[in-house]
Design a protein around this ligand. Structure first.
Ligand SMILES: Cc1ncc(C[n+]2csc(CCOP(=O)(O)OP(=O)(O)O)c2C)c(N)n1
Ligand SMILES: [Mg+2]
Length: 332
């Protein structure tokens, strides 16, 4: 096993865990508004998949997307500042937690509507195909999105046109409080790929090495022009659906069983046991991640709020579209 890869995975997962812990603390102190959906427990999915992608690939994610942006390379400062709604955030403070955006890293959001990522992803993939570009799109979605019309419509079109998309299901078993077997006739999401003549498989989403390997194989398939691929990652969120949800619909036993399979602790233990990393190196990685998160919080606190909330609402000044409407009402 390549030690540099293990070091990278462990750093990413430590940063992810500590970043989300800090976000929760800041939310409770009232510094972050709106909804906040956190990722602890699911880190192996974002890290394993995105570390197998190329920098030229496009990423379309859901509202549980802070870690995807971080792994993609968006600076923690810019992500935390966006959660705070500050002008220095990666969406200039206009988006907040659910609408991170980083065009430079081809990270196309951050979508709050369940099932919204599918049509966006196939639109980008269609453009890539038309322009004979070599890149692919990674399209994330939760287990709760698989009965939306957009899922079926988009998978059908993607398969029909052999679009370069890797569909990544982050199956954490729950759609807020509803378990997948209560809303899905076919709860094995990967099996649905065959309905569209598409390749699909399931992988242990608590094992970053397994996710990484499965993603490499799936991306090879997509890049070779063999059509889209559906990868289902079985994972679990340790916290409630959002900061507003205690998660009381899950038994303490279930949560404890899954916490015992913590992807971060699993990798840390294995890296030490196999001799891939030493105790000192692991401690150093954690120290670095902690410092990065502290710096991100400090940066977000000290950043100014956006000054021009009306900017970018219209592509052109209003008078270009509707000259008959005075740009500004005269004061009474
Ligand atoms: C079209 C639509 N319907 C309902 C909602 C409300 N809603 C927000 S999150 C969510 C659950 C989605 O669960 P899942 O796709 O499994 O993602 P997870 O939160 O588990 O990551 C629902 C129903 C929404 N945002 N969009
Ligand atoms: Mg879910």
């Amino acid at each position: 096993m390549r030690r540099d890869l293990i070091r990278q995975f462990l750093y990413d997962m430590l940063l992810a865990r500590l970043f989300e812990q800090a976000a929760a603390e800041q939310y409770l102190q009232g510094r972050i508004g709106g909804f906040l959906h956190l990722y602890p427990g699911e880190e192996a999915v974002a890290v394993g998949t995105l570390r197998a992608a190329d920098p030229g690939d496009y990423v379309v994610s859901t509202y549980r997307e802070h870690v995807h942006a971080l792994v993609r390379g968006t600076p923690p400062e810019a992500v935390m500042a966006e959660l705070f709604g500050k002008a220095t955030g990666c969406s200039r403070g206009y988006g907040g937690s659910m609408h991170l955006f980083d065009a430079e890293r081809r990270f196309l959001g951050g979508y709050a509507i369940v099932g919204e990522t599918f049509p966006v992803a196939i639109g980008v993939a269609y453009w890539l195909r038309l322009n004979e570009e070599p890149d692919v799109v990674l399209c994330y979605f939760g287990d709760g999105a698989v009965n939306q019309g957009t899922f079926h419509e988009s998978l059908n079109m993607a398969a029909l046109w052999k679009l370069p998309v890797l569909f990544v299901c982050e199956n954490n078993r729950y759609q807020i409080g509803t378990e997948i077997h209560r809303h899905s006739a076919v709860p094995e999401v990967w099996r649905r790929a065959c309905a569209y003549g598409m390749e699909g498989r399931r992988v242990d989403g608590m094992d970053v090495l397994a996710v990484h390997e499965a993603t490499r194989e799936a991306l090879r398939h997509v890049r070779e022009g063999k059509g889209p691929f559906l990868l289902e990652c079985e994972t679990y969120r340790f916290r409630g659906h959002s900061m507003a949800d205690s998660g009381a619909y899950r038994s303490a036993l279930e949560v404890a069983e899954l916490r015992a399979r913590d992807p971060l602790e699993g990798l840390r233990r294995r890296a030490l046991a196999e001799g891939w990393l030493g105790e000192g190196e692991v401690a150093e990685l954690e120290r670095r991640a902690r410092k990065a998160v502290q710096a991100a919080v400090r940066f977000a606190e000290q950043s100014p709020p956006p000054t021009e909330l009306h900017r970018d609402v219209y592509a052109q000044p209003l008078d270009v579209y509707a000259p008959e409407i005075p740009a500004r009402r005269a004061a009474p």
